[in-house]
Design a binder for this molecule. Structure first.
Ligand code: LMR
Ligand code: SF4
Length: 514
């Protein structure tokens, strides 16, 4: 087993940096289904480019490398204690090498362990089997899409859909509702794993197990195969689209599993995975730990059409209705008030990252720098330090909605003119944008390599005590493109898409399966 640890390291790197072929094909099909010149089409082109960049740079596809979750099948008699230790060292090494973000945080103190090891991290499930080889599978599921998981207890009443009873039709309604409630915040277009039955814990486990299925497989149970097809086809009629920008493709895959339940309980558990659906596996020689084969199709065999991205960019700039505005920081009130939902903004100058810990802190403390006219980027990057200093290795946006309780106050208190994130924000922030003169820009979630290229230098950092993802990084920026989705005139694309998709949800109210 001298190669086991190295093989696990290779698995982590492959999973984090090279999106598998079956997932890529689903994204390519989405590209075909969207007009390239639309916001959704443009976002998919950026996603395609980012997937290629991650593979080429051997760097994380998305900066949130998630909760590393391993499922290991071993022959009877294999030493699982040693394997566990070696998985843990491989995780620590991959973190040190910038292939994983430092993602393990003490829930009471907020301290980041810095090596992705800690109580509950990583997750490792062992199973014995009667085969000779070791099967190791890994999924890196990020926090933003994890927050969009949802569990229903039947019977229930669902907004927009009415009663959901303890039958296939009730299950169908729950799944449609799960896609609706995620909107674009889990970086749609997404994949869902569904667990029917179990208790609250095993139901979610079953849902997550479904994410280990191949995107192109067919369910062995005919009713569930039918349900999967139904959901995939109809969820795309909700019009939520990539990043919640509206569009034809909201869901890329739906996999449903079933297990027994208690007479009193009937759970439908849904695990939502973003487009950055990072899972891979390998079969190992049990004597040496060497890799015999990979389990899922390699991404390398399914190149994403990057040339299409250039064509799409041209198509967009040729579209006279879409304005492109270049802004250099610091930004003035007049400049932001002239922006409207739908404009593309290109930022040059300096940007400051800030997410949960910083927003909480700034509510009742001063900022370490002057933020007048500044741009705050909701981002927790992957950073590496060498003799020359810090480097940005991956830096896509995080879900902005978490900052809703703080953002409006902070914008006004410090004179911030632009907030960049993803998934949009709520009415409090929208009101503050209007009152103070500021704008919300939506960047493409998961496009961490694409945005990392825009950061030309790390000018400084504050609050390193919050840990790397939560620190306030001051970044020299060139050509950072994002779309205005909330402007200073009270308009919000997010509110519009939510309202529109809610109206569309009602068409799924009538029984289909019974
Ligand atoms: O933590 C992050 O960087 C992103 C997170 O996965 C999110 O989707 O909000
Ligand atoms: S930022 Fe988006 S793509 Fe990345 S882990 Fe979160 S939900 Fe997934």
């Amino acid at each position: 087993m001298q190669h086991f640890e190295q093989s696990v390291y290779n698995l982590i790197v492959e999973t984090s940096t090279n999106l598998p072929g079956d997932v890529r094909k689903a994204i390519q099909a989405a590209q075909e289904a969207e007009d390239r010149a639309t916001r959704a089409g443009l976002s998919l082109s950026t996603i395609a480019t980012n997937i290629e960049m991650a593979e080429c740079n051997v760097s994380p596809i998305c900066q949130d490398t998630g909760m590393p979750t391993f499922v290991v099948h071993t022959p009877v008699g294999a030493n699982q204690i040693v394997m566990k230790q070696q998985i843990r060292s491989a995780i620590a090494r991959a973190t040190k090498d910038g292939k994983l973000r430092t993602n393990s945080v003490d829930s009471l103190t907020g301290a980041n362990t810095g090596d992705n090891l800690g109580p509950g991290t990583p997750v490792i499930h062992f199973e014995q089997w009667e085969k000779d080889d070791i099967d190791v599978r890994l999924i890196l599921k990020g926090g933003g899409c994890e927050n969009k998981n949802v569990q229903y207890s039947l019977p229930t009443e669902l907004e927009g859909l009415g009663k959901a009873g303890r039958d296939l039709d009730g299950i169908r309604k729950c799944i449609m509702h799960a896609v609706y409630q995620a909107q674009g915040q889990g970086c749609s277009a997404g994949f869902i794993g569904v667990g029917i039955g179990g208790d609250r814990t095993t139901g979610y486990e079953l849902a997550k197990q479904q994410l280990f299925r191949r995107v192109d497989d067919t369910n062995d149970i005919p009713e569930l195969a039918q349900l999967e097809d139904y959901v995939l086809e109809n969820a795309n009629k909700l019009g939520i689209g990539t990043m919640g920008f509206g569009g034809n493709v909201t869901l890329l895959g739906c996999k449903v599993g079933v297990m027994n339940r208690l007479p009193a309980s009937f759970f439908v558990s849904v695990a939502y995975n973003c487009w950055a659906y990072r899972r891979q596996g390998m079969l190992l020689d049990a004597a040496t730990g060497e890799i015999k084969s990979w389990i899922y199709p390699s991404g390398t065999d399914t190149p994403m059409k990057s040339a299409a991205a250039d064509a799409a960019a041209e198509a967009v700039s040729a579209n006279a209705e879409r304005r492109e505005v270049v802004l250099n920081t610091p930004i003035t009130e007049e400049q932001v008030r002239s922006l409207k939902v739908g404009d593309i903004v290109i930022i040059n100058g300096e940007m400051h990252t800030g997410r949960d810990a910083l927003h909480k802190y700034l509510m009742d403390h001063d900022a370490p720098i002057d933020l007048n006219g500044s741009v705050i980027y909701h981002c927790g990057p992957v950073m590496l330090k060498d003799e020359e200093g810090w480097h940005v290795k991956a830096a896509g946006p995080t879900t902005s909605a978490r900052e809703e309780p703080y953002q409006g106050h902070i914008i006004k208190k410090f004179g911030i003119r632009a907030v960049i994130g993803k998934g949009g924000m709520g009415p409090k922030t929208l009101a503050a944008l209007q009152e103070h003169g500021a704008v919300y820009l939506n960047a493409i979630g998961g496009a961490a390599q694409y945005y990392a290229e825009c950061f030309k230098n790390v000018n400084g950092v504050d609050f390193m005590e919050f840990g790397i993802p939560e620190a306030m990084w001051h970044l020299k920026t060139e050509g950072f493109a994002a779309i205005v989705t909330m402007d200073a005139h009270g308009n919000s694309l997010h509110a519009d898409v939510e309202q529109d998709s809610f109206a569309k949800l009602a068409q799924f109210k009538e029984p289909v399966f019974n």
